[in-house]
Design a binder for this molecule. Structure first.
Ligand SMILES: [Zn+2]
Length: 83
């Protein structure tokens, strides 16, 4: 993909993100700790975090999926640093 297109997608992702950079960073810290017991390829820890922080679970999970975060470990691998 061309650099400009990647850049544009990144900006678009930021504009549409249902959570702030601070919240995403906090989510990734939480996942980092929680995933020491392993990922079961669901968003269970992500949803735990979102529920605790009163964030819109379904919107955030679908946004994470659009950015390559199809489960807890992929959120860490692919979405951390997106915002
Ligand atoms: Zn996983």
């Amino acid at each position: 993909m061309a650099k400009e297109a990647a850049e544009r997608m990144r900006k678009q992702a930021t504009a549409e993100a249902p959570l702030t950079k601070v919240e995403l960073d906090a989510l990734c810290d939480f996942l980092d700790e929680s995933l020491s017991e392993g990922c079961d390829h669901s968003h269970r820890f992500t949803r735990t975090f979102l529920a605790c922080h009163k964030l819109p679970e379904d919107r955030v999970v679908s946004w994470l999926g659009e950015n390559g975060g199809y489960c807890d470990c992929e959120v860490l691998a692919n979405v951390e640093g997106t915002l």
